[in-house]
Design a binder for this molecule. Sequence first.
Ligand code: AMP
Ligand code: MG
Length: 340
Amino acid sequence: MQTQLLRANDPEAIKTAARILQDGGLVGMPTETVYGLAANALNGKAVARIFAAKGRPMDNPLIVHISEFDQIYPLVQSVPEAAGRLAERFWPGPLTIILPKSGIIPDEVSAGLPTVAVRFPSHPVARALITAAGLPLAAPSANLSGSPSPTTAEHVMNDLSGKIEAVLDGGACGVGVESTVVTLAADPPRLLRPGGVTLEQLREVLGNVALDPAVLHPLADGVRAASPGMKYKHYSPKANVIILDGSFEAYKTYVNSHAAPDVAALCYNGENTGLAVPAVCYGGERDCGEQARELFDALRKLDEMKAKTVYARCPEPKGVGLAVYNRLIRAAGFEVLRLE
Ligand code: AMP
Ligand code: MG
């Protein structure tokens, strides 16, 4: 199959993409978080094709995207008052809410769970596409399973060209990491995946919000993942990533004493000049928003450089930095070295 690359600013592009979705096809679409791989959420066969194209394990459920708040009602059993408060503050935006699902959600979407994840994205192209298709759209990140999530249409083409009908190019994503996932099907509500909406902000609206242990730690043997996506080695470049936790001085000393032909650094802006190995920067040390925006592109660049070992600076796990840290420790298979 030849994948069409559609420019979102072409007035025909949204119509073409909407028709593909109505016919059971797959479209890579820009959102404010990362590019999503969309299909009609109410068509189990179309949704199954998402798993095949990505090589995604069938037990990892998808997020359903809507373009009006009221579109949530048919998808869930009921909309609790807490969901209304979250939506009021954070929708449209990078927050996914999990609730008990209604009967119209195919098992492929929820991967057999009794719940469904719903998000109302703010990206104008995503919203226009959902509205034009007239359908809720199931969409995980539009990458090959296991590789870093795509933040440009080019990333999507690199991973999925030939496997999906079209990619809608709407430029680079603003947030750069996947949505925050919170479940209201637990008491108290629980943060399953950190993202652009922070734990601190969720607590302002909901009061008590638990942090799922899988956000910061590998799952213990035999423990079931509350969010199945958190159990997989994720976001990984081909290189072996090792996070070095300490000051830049300590990082520099460590990296320069371990310099070798296949070694590279993943550091903050401006730090590359002090290093004896090739380096990719992923934002300013104090700018976790920029780190989130640049992390996945940086991981893909390290692959293009064919690095075998990557030493990464350690993000501060606060605010949006918690999302950056969560993605990077997965890319590193939880390997963090504390430097003195
Ligand atoms: P992706 O959009 O590729 O980042 O994947 C969606 C994420 O949402 C994965 O981590 C899933 O495990 C999670 N997710 C989706 N639906 C549910 C659900 N019903 N319960 C828990 N986690 C979910
Ligand atoms: Mg994903």
